[in-house]
Write a protein that binds this ligand. Sequence first.
Ligand code: ZN
Length: 180
Amino acid sequence: MHRPPIKFCKQCGSAVVYRIPDDGDTKLRAVCPACHTIHYENPLNVVGTVPCWGDKVLLCKRNIEPRFGLWTLPAGFMELNETTAEGAARETVEEAGAQFVMQELFTLVNVARVGQVHLFYRAQLTSDQFDPGTETIEARLFLESEIPWEEIAFRTTRVTLEQFFADRSKGEFGMHHIDV
Ligand SMILES: [Zn+2]
C-alpha cells in the first residue's frame, strides 16, 4: 500500500528529481528541474463503516488487489467534495450494496508509515439483504465468534473490529484514536 514515488511533473511533464528544496524545507520532495514546481505529498484519508445487524457485523470479501479474497469492513479512499461520513456511506453502498443509517465516528486509525488516516463510523443496517458491487466477492454477516481473524485484509479493519467487540461487551461505544 506504499504510494509509488512521483515520476513526472504535474505542471510540465518533465521527469522530477527527489531533493530537499532550497527554501528552508527539511524533507525530500519531488522537484521539477524544468519549471521548479515542488510536488508536496500528504496523507490520504480512508473512510468506512462498521455495519451492524443485531449481533452481527457485515464484512466484505475483496474481489480486488491488494489482499484479494480476504475480508474487510467496507471502506475506501475519500473523494474530493465529500465529507468523511458521506465517503464512508458511499463506500458502504458501493462495496456491499447495504441499506443502513450512519451513526457516530468510532475509530481514527493513523497508519503513519504509509501516509494514511483511516476513519470508521458505526452504521446500523436496516436490511440484511446486500447487493455487493464489483469490488466485492461476497458481503455477509458475522457473529463475533465467526469473524475470520486469520483472513482479515487490513490491520485497520482488525483493530477497529477488536475495539468494536470490546466496546460492545462493555455496553458502551466510545470514539478511539489508534496508531498502527
Ligand atoms: Zn515541471
